[in-house]
Design a protein. Structure first.
Length: 255
């Protein structure tokens, strides 16, 4: 066709296509799937909030320890996401400490039955450790570092470094296991093996491994926390100011 006979108003696009028609089925499916996913996410969040509200209604804000709630403890709710793995592992190490104290007590009981050189004192000492170290360790070094990462206040870091350092020294003391000290550590375990008191020796070995594991783990995190403390610029002057401003009442609160 010559240029003179061509229709200048002709369109190369098909008039059969409706520009106002619905998008292709695939686009609709994708949109519906996205909406369904969002609805499921909202339902999950609503369930979580309902569970938390129910827990608060039944027990108040306190949820720990489980049997007798005295304070609120929730790493996902109170600790920044970046620090949650660290605090979770420290909490696991604290739980390991509690288990180790229990094993140490049972081991000292069998050391008494196995003819330990001063089994009565060992048993009494192990009971004292179990009764007092369990709550004091939670309150004096675990809770301060929990609060430290939750509130990022210098005072809690200094409390942790002081009492956490004392606990590291105590762990070394328990690893050695001198008779009459209430520890079923290394020395006591060797003596029980020499006396062929196998139950006491095996329990002593488990207790020693527990003291070593939690001690090394806490020493590792002690170093990491010290680095974080220095990088955050915490100072003793800040700690004094925080103590004067907030007082001891802030220890159990989120503020």
């Amino acid at each position: 066709m010559s240029a003179l006979t061509e229709n200048p108003f002709a369109s190369t696009h098909s008039l059969d296509t409706n520009p106002f028609s619905d998008p292709p089925p695939n686009a609709n499916d994708t949109r519906l799937e996205d909406l369904r996913r969002r609805e499921q996410d909202l339902e999950r969040r609503e369930q979580e909030l309902a569970q938390k509200a129910d827990n608060i209604r039944r027990n108040g804000r306190n949820n720990w320890p489980p049997l007798i709630p005295l304070l609120f403890h929730s790493i996902p709710d109170e600790i920044p996401a970046a620090s949650q793995p660290l605090i979770t592992r420290i909490y696991w190490l604290w739980l390991l400490l509690v288990v180790t104290l229990i094993v140490n007590f049972v081991a000292c009981l069998f050391i008494l039955f196995g003819g330990g050189s001063d089994g009565v004192r060992d048993l009494i000492g192990s009971i004292v450790y179990l009764v007092f170290i369990t709550p004091l360790s939670f309150l004096l070094w675990y809770r301060p570092i929990y609060n430290g990462y939750m509130k990022e206040q210098a005072l809690y870091y200094y409390l942790y470094f002081f009492f956490g350092g004392f606990h590291l020294a105590f762990s070394v003391y328990m690893i050695i296991g001198v008779p009459s000290t209430g520890s079923a550590g290394l020395v006591q375990t060797i003596q029980m093996f020499s006396k062929v008191s196998l139950v006491a020796a095996i329990l002593g070995t488990v207790a020693t491994v527990g003291w070593v594991t939690q001690g090394l783990g806490l020493a590792w995190y002690y170093r990491l926390i010290w680095q974080h403390h220095r990088a955050a610029g915490h100072t003793m002057d800040k700690a004094k100011t925080e103590l004067a401003t907030h007082g001891a009442k802030a220890y159990f609160t989120r503020g």
